[in-house]
Design a protein around this ligand. Structure first.
Ligand SMILES: [Zn+2]
Ligand SMILES: [Zn+2]
Length: 132
């Protein structure tokens, strides 16, 4: 689905398709409707710090994620500045892009290699709690 300002919260920095808002607990994040990449605003990632590594918000497949992983030099969807590629010190195999001012973007499939069961549980709760 292409980006449509009325229905999408923002444009995906990686593939330029529309992103949709997904509520997780107290926090709303943005997920791409095409590549399933995830955007966390600054503060959102902090609030989810202990949860987002354990419970998967990630609906993408690792194969799909690897494809998009090849896309480098993405721009922050908030300010348009280049984002910096970095890895989590405790999960060094997980790479993500970060804008120091606005937040971070993760590729689809970063978690699904090893979190399939949690992913399924989370997805069920998402459907149940959906406002649509
Ligand atoms: Zn995308
Ligand atoms: Zn920014």
């Amino acid at each position: 689905m292409e980006y449509i300002a009325d229905t999408h919260s923002m444009k995906c920095p990686k593939c330029a398709h529309g992103m949709e808002e997904v509520t997780y607990g107290q926090v709303t994040i943005d997920r791409c409707t095409n590549c399933a990449g995830l955007w966390f605003d600054t503060g959102e990632a902090e609030q989810l710090k202990n949860q987002w590594m354990g419970d998967a918000l990630d609906l993408g497949s690792p194969e799909e994620g690897k494809k998009w992983d090849a896309v480098e030099d993405i721009a922050c969807p908030r300010c348009g500045k280049d984002m910096e590629k970095t890895s989590d010190p405790e999960q060094p195999h997980i790479w993500y892009e970060v804008c120091n001012e606005h937040g971070m973007f993760m590729d689809a499939g970063e978690f699904t290699d090893y979190k399939h069961e949690t992913l399924a549980d989370w997805f069920r709760s998402l459907i149940k709690g959906s406002r649509h």
